[in-house]
Design a protein around this ligand. Sequence first.
Ligand code: LRH
Ligand code: MN
Ligand code: MN
Length: 427
Amino acid sequence: MKIEQYRIDQHNEGLLGKHNNQFIFLKEQLGEQGIDANAIVKTLQAFQVAIPSWALGTGGTRFGRFSGAGEPGSLEEKIEDVGILHALNRSSGSISLHIPWDIPTDANAMIQLASSLDLKFDAVNSNTFQDQKNQELSYKYGSLSHVDPKVRKQAVDHNIEVIKYGKDLGSKALSIWLSDGSCFPGQSNFVKAFQNTLESLQEIYAALPDDWKVFVEYKAYEPNFYSTVIQDWGSSLLFCQKLGPKADVLVDLGHHLPNANIEQIVATLMMEGRLAGFHFNDSKYGDDDLTVGSIRPYMLFLIFVELVEGMKRAGKGSDGFAWMIDASHNVKDPLEDLLQSVEAILLSYAQALILDSKKLEIARGENDVVLAQQLLQNAFRTDVRPLVREAMLHSGGSLDPIGLFRDLKVRNGLISERGLVTVATGL
Ligand code: LRH
Ligand code: MN
Ligand code: MN
């Protein structure tokens, strides 16, 4: 199923009058504050968020999975789904694969399909947190940190194989997330686990092509509940510093202990030039993997304030980082959910872009706490939806992606192509 451009244009026509009024009104308001709305629209247009292959089907919980209908059952179908998202919002121009949940047996065919939908292959993810079919040794007690060098070698070899898959697809980065750790005090020697992991990572690092990066993702807990080897941004940064310039820290919003100040973490990593990018999601309790912006939109905005500031300082555009959604869908249609997530990311970015950062710096210098807060909240409380809509419109996308998805009955189309019950590979 492919969404033709004329469908999008037709749908936009009916919405254009109302949108133009709203955009012009906001443009005037922003103009009075010296902000160029058109420049912000351009910046938003350039922002691309990768879609993970595992978020295209219903995730479920450890208690059960209520399968959705018409979900993708193959890699081709997953690429097609991302093609649908990208046609609608023009902001989801890449897909991130998880090996071996996805096995690109015919890389050229996959590249062709992806480029016909204007998509690229984002970072490839390795998986040593599950035992795979026909695997010789188990990861029950860890992978890259394992006490047994044979298990470590198996995990290193897997990562090197993932790099090969990625190379064939034109990916430029390997994302590593380890579940390694311990469930009980005494189970693991923290120092040995760190050193084993470092040695294993060094072997993987040595296998990286020249123009590749490795992203090191941390997570405070789960599935190990006492300790995690790469538990926080500090540990992750330490690994990256020891590995070398091709290693950077990957922040997944759901991987922190409650109430962590993620925006400050982001500021510090950017200051050091070691932020690889993001796995966006939202949560109330832990690694909930809920729709981005659904629970703590103000936190997301504050993160984007630091990102915008950090990008400016580094003289980098948004294409200098890896942005991805990492979410799970238990009750919503995954495609609708992903459209909501991408929109939430763009909204936060737009809010951060309209912040008067010069005034904020002056307020900070004068210890005017009230004004500093007011400036942030003025930006956050501005309805920036017309900016995001204008960006999508200019890029050939829809003014109302979810509305059009529903009008075109995309899910029904997918069900008639793929059947009512399809089981997505992966989670
Ligand atoms: C772990 C994680 C990591 C995995 C993905 C499936 O919680 O965030 O990024 O690769 O979920
Ligand atoms: Mn993640
Ligand atoms: Mn996670």
